[in-house]
Design a protein around this ligand. Structure first.
Ligand SMILES: [Zn+2]
Length: 231
């Protein structure tokens, strides 16, 4: 009942305010430097790139415009991403998580020796106190985290204590020195969808139905946050 009411409210609110809202949606990493490598050897960039159009569609379904950033995986530098986002209302960077080297073990997958860790699984959100809109960034991350948990996604806690909580209940961390967050002039959130080093979660993160459900939760949170900040 509560869930229904919140969904209805979000729909109503976005219908009122969506015209002006634009999200710069950034695909993390590049083709040449794909970021983390999954337990089965797939580069993080490819997970981020697969999730992006689903998030874009879910945002557009709520009347929010999307400016795609780095969909082709060829952006020149980290700083070029927030520069390309200038003028948008929110910078949202999509990522998939790894685990520190000391947590990893090795296994063989299709004849390849690869590293994995089944120790932690789940999503998390990251914001920077160096961003000029730090409070709004944290509010948006909290809204996305709340929507994720309402949709039954379970967060990871492994970034704590290295990155202190901005909002423990919604899995939001202060991660002050991430370039894409502190170089942005607008509110900025980095979303880690889950841990691709985890052999079970890697498979879940590539499941189309679950990816669409995640995209919907992200868009619900973004819509709630944009309404609150545009009043
Ligand atoms: Zn990443």
């Amino acid at each position: 009942m509560m869930k229904l009411r919140i969904v209805a409210l979000t729909f109503l609110l976005t219908a009122i305010t969506a015209d002006a809202a634009e999200v710069a949606l950034d695909v993390g990493h590049t083709l040449a430097d794909p970021g983390a490598i999954s337990a089965r050897g797939r580069g993080e960039y490819h997970f981020n790139r697969a999730l992006a159009p689903l998030v874009q569609a879910a945002l557009e379904a709520r009347g929010i415009a999307v400016r795609p950033i780095n969909y082709d995986g060829r952006i020149g530098s980290l700083a070029a991403r927030p520069d390309a986002a200038r003028g948008a209302d929110l910078f949202l960077s999509l990522h998939h998580d790894s685990l520190p080297a000391h947590e990893q073990e090795t296994w063989e997958w299709k004849g390849q020796r690869l590293s994995f860790s089944d120790r932690y699984a789940g999503h998390s959100l990251h914001v920077s106190r160096r961003n000029p809109e730090a409070a709004t960034s944290a509010a948006c991350a909290s809204a996305i985290g709340a929507a994720m948990q309402m949709a039954d996604f379970v967060p990871t806690r492994h970034h704590y204590p290295r990155h202190p909580w901005a909002d423990e209940a919604n899995a939001v961390h202060w991660h002050d020195n991430l370039v894409v967050l502190h170089r942005s002039t607008m509110p900025a959130v980095l979303f880690e969808a889950g841990v691709i080093k985890h052999r079970g979660e890697e498979l879940l993160l590539a499941d189309p139905e679950r990816m669409a459900r995640m995209a919907d939760a992200i868009a619900t949170g973004v819509a709630a946050c944009l309404y609150a900040t545009q009043r």
